[in-house]
Design a protein around this ligand. Structure first.
Ligand code: AGP
Length: 364
């Protein structure tokens, strides 16, 4: 992959369409079918050390923080290690308790984001072990961390991150699988996840083929003054990331909420002029999510669902291919990258260089 626009009108469009190849790259050479696990050469964490980890804390900013939220979920599901993610920019200012049994993971596309770098330096000063999940090889965060996983998304030029988000989340799935297989994850589950990972590039290709349909939807919703994004558990970080994408390039105000929190306040906002984008995977929470759609419909809110099957209560559904439940969040954000892109295009925004933003924030 190069810095050439390659026939696309924008880098964002190019980078969205590169995702099947990018995901293929993050998987390449890492899967070990014999033991239903993965090899992560640069991790610098042997199996004995990995078994002593009591907790994992993931730190990043913006899109990388959202990828970290999905990563924490994957680590809890596959490796059964308590994990959470926090914006590095908050972590570094709150005098955090640095725990020797916690593994810290810094996430960054550029590897140069100052808030993340400062959090890593503070952690190292206090004796913590810090790994990196980074895209740019040899970047400051890659150098400061004790080891890690390169996400191999290739150069990302557009200010808003797309392919690097998808690759970072996939890299977390690899890490979670690796940690799971040296702890409690069975051979059968390891094999199931590996097969799911291998299906990702083809499934992303299928999503990309829906661009024309998604473009029509984007035009329909482009007049909205504000949009609500909801998801539950695995779907919530997807909602956060999709709302950030829309804000960054279309300048439409967007809120992301856990679907379960609607009734605790934001339901008061629902009315015909506030469309809701609902992330509804076919998982054990499907019925609960459908109940949230009913609540929105009862208040005449418009609904665009991203789901594995048509949603009766939704005005429109973007149907995405089903993978293993643990991996669904990797795919569900992709149609919403395309949605944000075409919304911004319909509004005549400068997609690759949104106002007020820089590709990497290397200052305080
Ligand atoms: C992504 O669309 C954003 N422009 C922004 O949130 C970005 O993810 C954040 O600044 C972190 O950057 P990094 O991944 O290079 O550390």
């Amino acid at each position: 992959e190069s810095y050439d626009m390659g026939g696309h009108d924008t880098y964002m469009h190019k980078e969205i369409s590169e995702q099947p190849d990018a995901v293929d790259r993050v998987l390449r050479g890492r899967i070990d079918d014999r033991f239903s696990t993965v090899h992560l050469g640069g991790l610098n964490l042997d199996a004995r050390e990995a078994r002593t980890i009591r907790r994992i804390k993931i730190l990043g900013c913006g899109t990388s923080y959202h990828a970290g939220l999905i990563g924490a979920g994957l680590i809890e599901e596959l490796a059964r290690i308590p994990a959470d993610a926090e914006p590095a920019s908050e972590f570094r200012y709150r005098n955090p308790v640095v725990d020797p049994d916690t593994l810290y993971i810094a996430v960054s596309q550029s590897g140069e984001t100052y808030d993340v770098l400062a959090a890593v330096q503070e952690l190292k000063r206090k004796g913590a072990r810090v790994l990196g999940v980074v895209n740019v090889v040899g970047s400051a965060i890659a150098r400061e961390t004790d080891g890690g996983v390169y996400v191999h998304a290739g150069p990302e030029v557009c200010v808003v991150s797309t392919k690097c988000f998808t690759n970072t989340v996939t890299a977390f799935a690899l890490l979670a699988l690796h940690l799971g297989r040296i702890r409690d994850l069975s051979v059968a589950d390891g094999k199931r996840i590996i097969e799911g990972l291998r299906r990702l590039p083809g499934q992303i290709q299928e999503i990309l083929k829906q661009e024309d349909e998604i473009k029509k939807l984007a035009k329909r919703y482009a007049d909205a003054k504000s949009m609500m994004f909801i998801g539950r558990v695995r779907g919530y970080p997807v909602a956060l990331e999709a709302s950030l994408k829309l804000k960054e390039i279309s300048y439409i105000h967007a809120e992301a909420y856990p679907a379960s929190e609607l009734k605790h306040g934001p339901l008061a906002l629902i009315e015909p002029s506030l469309p809701t984008v609902a992330i509804i995977p076919d998982d054990d929470l499907l019925e609960k999510n459908r109940a949230a759609l009913e609540e929105i419909k009862a208040r005449s809110g418009q609904i665009l669902a991203v789901a594995h099957q048509e949603q009766e209560k939704a005005d429109h559904t973007i149907v995405v291919p089903k993978n293993e439940t643990e991996l669904d969040s990797i795919l569900m954000g992709i149609p919403l990258q395309i949605f944000a892109y075409h919304t911004a295009l319909a509004l005549g925004r400068d997609i690759d260089k949104p106002r007020n933003l820089a590709k990497s924030v290397t200052v305080e």
